[in-house]
Design a protein around this ligand. Structure first.
Ligand code: RI2
Length: 307
């Protein structure tokens, strides 16, 4: 797939889920690099930078996309010729993709240790990291069942219930507004992440914060499942995460013309409602987000936030 097609697929949500978006962006940059047949390092670098901007502008909220292009292009400035630049982009893309896949598996193993035999789990939207945790707990022989929200307006919950049911896990779908009512039956809420801010706040699918609020009220722990590239270096500089608002036709059509619709698709859950974050480098407190950004993503990506 050409880079422009990948960017369009991300925009239209044919490619979706913060982890898959990240891996697809790395792959798109790798292919862009491999297909360059000129001899100018300057021209080649410009093409890569343009490709980076096209990808980053396709969806604004998930920092996984930004971190993926940073990781893939991190050695561009050191390349001395076209051949070595091709090799470096290709290698760094492969490393990112492979680490990303391994991270989802490791998170499954670590997060599953927080799920007990007999637990009733609540999940939201369709997160591969959260599903990795739930499926690993089930594969460990734990007798669990899952409530999955529908996740309006895109109804990613339908993907989640299909996946869990294919794995043999008892699953019940609820509408998003049933979350607080069902909370009395829930032992643990397990959700994914699009972005984690330096203050530990979680940006995830719209409705996640009401799960956090209801879980906190009911003293139900909420575990977030997030690869380290879901943590945002940009928030270290005080940048506010842009909450994507998508086309209103996704919510409803054919309403009277004087009815306004809004379609924000992410929200922010404060750190105080989050029990723990399962990452590939361990189970952490949301208040350790700063350390993850500095120690795992590295100082060099801080304050290099252009693009
Ligand atoms: P994984 C999704 O966003 C959901 O918000 C989900 O929780 C998050 O990405 C992380 O997904 P969207 O792309 O990376 O459906 O865990 O808007 O798969």
């Amino acid at each position: 797939m050409k880079l422009d097609e990948t960017a369009e697929s991300i925009r239209t949500m044919n490619i979706r889920g913060a982890g898959l978006i990240a891996r697809s962006a790395a792959e798109a940059l790798k292919e862009l690099a491999e297909e360059y047949d000129g001899e100018s390092l300057i021209e080649f670098t410009e093409i890569l930078n343009k490709g980076r901007d096209t990808l980053v502008n396709s969806r604004p909220t998930a920092v996984s996309l930004w971190n993926a292009v940073q990781a893939t292009l991190k050695n561009v400035k050191n390349a001395e010729d076209v051949t070595s630049l091709k090799e470096t982009v290709s290698r760094d893309a492969d490393i990112f993709i492979s680490n990303s896949k391994k991270a989802v598996e490791t998170i499954g193993r670590i997060g599953a240790n927080r799920i007990k035999d007999g637990d009733v789990v609540l999940t939201h939207c369709n997160s591969k990291a959260a599903l990795s945790v739930i499926k690993t707990a089930y594969e460990q022989g734990k007798n669990i069942s899952v409530y999955a929200t529908e996740s309006r307006p895109w109804k990613q919950g339908l993907l989640t219930v299909k996946d869990l049911s294919d794995a043999g896990i008892p699953v019940t779908m609820i509408v998003d507004s049933a979350v607080r009512w069902i909370m009395k039956e829930i032992d643990i809420a397990v959700v994914g992440a699009d972005t984690i801010c330096s203050n530990g706040a979680l940006i995830n699918k719209i409705g996640t914060s009401q799960i956090g609020l209801a879980a906190h009220e009911a003293r139900v722990p909420m575990m977030v499942c997030a690869e380290s590239y879901k943590f945002s270096p940009k928030t270290m500089e005080g940048e506010i995460v842009e909450i994507e608002e998508r086309d209103t036709s996704e919510v409803a059509e054919n309403l009277p013309p004087n009815v306004r619709i809004r379609n924000p698709v992410f929200d922010s859950t404060p750190a105080e409602y989050i029990d723990c974050i399962a990452t590939e480098i361990g189970l952490i407190s949301p208040y350790a987000a700063y350390e993850v950004i500095v120690n795992k993503l590295g100082h060099e990506c801080l304050f290099e936030t252009e693009g």
